[in-house]
Design a protein around this ligand. Structure first.
Ligand code: FMN
Length: 242
């Protein structure tokens, strides 16, 4: 194993979901800034970057949000809480930003690759991301997709609900990068989906269409911070070769 493999393997082994932090341990908020800057480099669907990272460090707001995390110890004893949020309503601006980047990168080129890349952000993305309140457009896309799919391979996940899944996937990857980066900084985290999303959204002042993927608490593990030995089912039950 190379040195970097060993370092990475140790890092992954040492990350645990910590439910109780040592509040007397020093905490460097710059570590959270650095870890979030790395999280932003995570892969994300079509590079639309439809995510936001809301930091809650002030005592009053943190305590309030911890209550909305159902009073979990992992939230109550944390130094900082970070909400990973998806922002579907920002799709138009992001599609335009990507198209502009492509126009710049392919300036003066009229070849098929440049045209295809531009068409992707100018036609396909608006087609898939444009949704009405009730998901009727998405239903229409689903029917079109099923129809085309009878003759050739076709992406099937085109409904409004499918788009939510798509955005939460990207946001989750960012959360994972963040948690790994925090561990590399010597700190601990706990991802949480056990929270009152309505109250948490209001507290963070989120747009009505935004959703919280998860809230990640941060701090330094206390002695009783890890509840049990790590356990996973057998590799051969989940790693399947074809
Ligand atoms: C999406 C997601 C939501 C989770 N929500 C909670 C939660 O609300 N509270 C909690 O204590 N742990 C939560 N966890 C942590 C898991 O329980 C934990 O990752 C799992 O038990 C494996 O332990 P490990 O992370 O230490 O390897 C969550 C994990 C994920 C990925």
């Amino acid at each position: 194993m190379s040195e970097s493999t060993t370092v990475f393997t140790d890092l992954i082994h040492s990350r645990r979901s910590v439910r109780k932090y040592d509040q007397s341990a020093p905490f460097d908020q710059q570590a959270v800034s650095r870890a979030l800057e790395l999280a932003i480099l995570s892969p994300n669907s079509s590079n639309m970057q439809l995510w936001e990272f809301h930091r809650v460090a002030s005592e009053e707001k943190r305590n309030q949000l911890a209550q909305y995390c159902m009073g979990q110890n992992a939230a109550k004893t944390a130094n900082e809480l970070v909400a990973f949020v998806v922002t579907p309503h920002k799709w138009k601006g992001r599609a335009e930003m990507n198209a502009a980047t492509i126009r710049g990168a392919f300036e003066g080129r009229e070849d098929a690759t440049a045209k295809r890349a531009l068409k992707y952000y100018e036609k396909l993305i608006p087609f898939v991301y444009n949704n009405d309140r009730f998901g009727i457009f998405g239903l229409g896309r689903k029917i079109i997709s099923a129809f085309i799919g009878m003759k050739k391979p076709m992406v099937r996940e085109v409904s409004k609900a499918d788009l939510r899944v798509c955005l939460h996937k990207s946001s989750s990857l960012a959360a994972m990068t963040f948690m790994t980066a925090m561990r590399a900084e010597g700190y601990d985290t706990c991802p949480m989906e056990g929270f009152d999303s309505k109250r948490a959204k209001a507290l963070l002042g989120l747009h009505k269409d935004a959703e919280i993927t998860m809230i990640v608490s941060c701090g330094t593990r206390s002695e009783e911070g890890i509840y049990s030995e790590r356990h996973r089912i057998a590799n051969d039950e989940v790693i399947i070769s074809h």
